[in-house]
Ligand binder design. Structure first.
Ligand code: ZN
Ligand code: ZN
Length: 244
């Protein structure tokens, strides 16, 4: 019997003793209840075709207007809001790993209609100390599950976070960018001439995707596209930024 089977059985027993409650509203029965599922905050049909941020119809993207993103495109199916932010926070800060297949499934369904090409999936890394403290990298877990569903290989060693940066919470876009300079390093052997799909849980100001893409392209990647489960709305000033 494999470890996964034992974990599954253990999970079923735990569900029987302690039935799950909805991570968003607390209603008992499922990790995410039907009502919250029907209220997932989609980005909608008006968004920036470069960075994926929701836009008012016929408006220019203020984020792309002041940034020079080198990735081809970034997209997210959902806004970092409501049940989606509740699921991501429970995964990251309470270690609810059973949310990984759900979040990854959102990405897989979205991917199927994107029409992008990728030959390597690379998760946004955490620093060694942050990963040791949390015990896992949520973006890597989501990326690996997504890789299984799509059949695209995933390489966690392609990109490393070599410097522990200060908390991004409370920093504005410029400070976030400064904070990340020199933070990442790519391994050329894995990425040379590859079409990379970079995966993260949440896109905020785009500074993490921007810095990772720059490092990957400088190390020889052919192209970089970015996908996250959620993206914050462009009006960052009024929203608390999620931490890595
Ligand atoms: Zn609910
Ligand atoms: Zn944009």
């Amino acid at each position: 019997m494999t470890g996964v089977n034992i974990r599954n059985i253990f999970g079923h027993v735990l569900n029987w003793i302690y039935p799950p409650a909805c991570v968003s509203c607390g209603k008992p029965g499922a990790l995410i209840c039907e009502e919250c599922l029907s209220k997932l905050p989609a980005v909608g049909e008006h968004f920036c075709t470069h960075c994926g941020k929701p836009l008012m119809k016929n408006h220019f993207c203020s984020l792309c207007g002041k940034s020079s993103f080198r990735f081809q495109s970034a997209r997210a199916p959902y806004l970092y809001d409501g049940p989606v932010s509740a699921m991501i926070k429970k995964l990251k800060f309470s270690g609810m790993l059973s949310l990984v297949p759900i979040l990854s499934q959102y990405l897989t369904e979205y991917w199927q209609n994107l029409g992008w090409e990728a030959d390597l999936i690379v998760p946004v890394p955490l620093s060694r100390s942050r990963q040791a403290q949390r015990g896992f990298n949520q973006s890597e877990l989501i990326a690996r599950q997504f890789a299984k569903s799509t059949g695209i290989p995933c390489e966690g060693r392609a990109l490393m976070k070599q410097k522990h940066t200060r908390e991004q919470v409370g920093l504005n876009a410029d400070e976030r960018r400064q904070n990340l300079i020199g933070a990442f390093a790519a391994e050329p052997a894995f990425i040379r001439n590859r079409q990379i799909l970079l995966i993260d849980d949440v896109m905020t100001t785009g500074s993490t995707f921007a810095e990772c893409s720059a490092v990957l392209l400088d190390a020889g990647a052919k192209s970089v596209n970015c996908l996250s489960v959620a993206t914050t709305s462009v009006n960052h000033g009024k929203q608390k930024m999620p931490d890595a």
